[in-house]
Design a protein around this ligand. Structure first.
Ligand code: DLL
Length: 433
């Protein structure tokens, strides 16, 4: 552990620390952020709570609050104290800006160092940071953590995949940091270059920034010969380093000395008990630049009840199955792309590349799953292909309880991603009949 005195604290001590930090935070935002003052006043909430359960009465913060105060309206300190800006990608609307003080950057580096240590990393590791550097939090976030842990850090950023493979080999990378979909592309590229990654020193990956399934994890572990660790975070709350898996690979420990996690029912918005699925909500306890109170992430997960064998006492969240805004409702059934991926990654003959395409036929939405066949399948053998298609279709139907149309496509025909993969292609407004 990077900070055992914190990561394995008793619950009583942890909750006392959380309450003290929460009250200082509420006072700070009430004083400095007009959006929060107005929200609290409107809801009749005073910025001091007697116990943690009273947090459930405090109003939520949503992405639109950040958008409405774009760019700096929700910062809790003057710009003079902000040393770094990042932003969210803006794929679901206008971008949002987040600001970090010196102290925020310090704490973020600690949390990311924890994340890499959680994945079994140490100062002896060579970490290749293939997340994008820039306004995206992935590259710089992981970079500072790797340096804080004392790792030999390679700031290669995303892209130029052949060079990634060359560096992986020549620099003796032991930990690869990138999105899971980019890890697949790096593996494919290595194979094309005739480089056997399994014979290299690479031993672990810290993969995140997009939903991925457990079967996809197994595939990545198999093709790269590594342990693949899931890491989670979001720019509005911090960036990478909010929660991460340990070597048990059973849930992601939330850095609870810095964040309070709640799971709420997305319909009623009431907190649900541990074990139950719902929307993840975070409160940042120590952020100075842009703290958030009860931020609705739109990510779907649950708290895994019980203690973890690794000795960390921080609560574990289940791997995120998807975002409420990526959820498709097909004939009344809720479907997440990661559930489709889980099925596909368990079927021999299909490659880990797929896209869910939405079109319109008249007034009806049509959902087609496009799946690449593996290079070992003869794409011109009609009968083989039809058998494979039928198998994919029936396994999706039995796992998801809904029939989706399945189209097999040639190897290498689905666009590869060097960052977050685009799993859903929505063509419904493009007049495609
Ligand atoms: O993706 C931060 C990050 C960078 C996390 C590198 C991990 C590694 P954003 O660009 O703001 O920040 O996107 C945040 O990505 O709300 C989730 O929907 C999704 N996401 C992030 N990590 C995971 C994960 C970064 N491990 C959004 N599993 C979040 C599933 C994830 N989804």
């Amino acid at each position: 552990m990077f900070q055992p005195e914190l990561e394995s604290m008793s619950r009583t001590d942890l909750e006392a620390m959380q309450l003290a930090r929460l009250n200082s935070l509420l006072a700070r935002v009430y004083e400095n952020v007009p959006t929060y003052r107005k929200k609290f006043d409107d809801a009749g909430v005073v910025p001091h709570l007697d116990d943690l359960s009273a947090l459930a009465n405090v109003p939520f913060t949503v992405k639109d609050d950040l958008r409405a105060s774009y760019p700096y309206g929700m910062f809790a300190v003057p710009l003079h104290d902000i040393v770094r800006l990042h932003s969210s990608s803006g794929t679901t609307g206008q971008i949002t800006v987040v600001g970090y003080t010196k102290g925020d950057i310090e704490r973020w580096a600690d949390m990311m160092a924890r994340t890499i240590a959680c994945a079994g990393g140490s100062a002896d590791d060579v970490v290749q940071v293939a997340y994008g550097y820039g306004l995206f939090t992935g590259g710089l976030g992981v970079h500072y953590g790797a340096e804080r842990l004392g790792c030999t850090t390679i700031p290669i950023s995303g892209g130029n995949t052949k060079r990634q493979v060359q560096v992986l080999k020549d620099f003796g990378t032991t930990i690869l940091a990138c999105t899971p979909s980019y890890a697949v592309l790096i593996a494919e590229t290595a194979e094309e270059m005739g480089i056997d990654v399994k014979s290299l020193p690479l031993r672990a990956g810290v993969f995140g920034a997009e939903p991925w399934s457990d079967n996809m994890r197994k595939q990545i572990e198999e093709i790269l010969g590594i342990k693949a660790i899931d890491i989670y975070g979001l720019s509005e709350v911090l960036g990478p380093g909010v929660a991460s898996e340990c070597l048990e690979q059973h849930g992601l420990h939330v850095n609870e000395d810095h964040f309070i996690i709640e799971i709420v029912d997305p319909e009623t918005l009431l907190p649900v008990p541990d074990g139950q699925w719902g929307e993840v909500v975070f409160t940042t306890l120590t952020k100075e630049g842009i703290p958030v109170i009860r931020y609705r992430t739109r990510d779907i997960s649950r708290i895994i009840p019980g203690a973890c064998a690794c000795g960390r006492t921080f609560k574990r969240m289940e791997r995120v199955s998807g975002r409420t805004d990526d959820m498709l409702i097909v004939r009344g059934v809720n479907v997440f792309p990661s559930q489709i991926e889980q099925v596909l990654a368990g079927i021999p003959g299909v490659a880990p590349h797929y896209q869910v395409v939405l079109t319109k036929r008249g007034s009806m939405d049509e959902v087609t799953v496009q799946v690449e066949v593996g290079p070992e399948v003869a794409f011109d053998e009609v009968k083989t292909l039809e058998q494979l298609r039928a198998r994919v279709s029936s396994e999706i139907a039995s796992a998801l309880a809904v029939n989706l149309s399945v189209k097999l496509v040639e190897p290498k025909s689905i666009q590869r991603s060097e960052g977050k993969a685009k799993r859903v292609l929505d063509l419904r407004n493009e007049g495609s009949e």
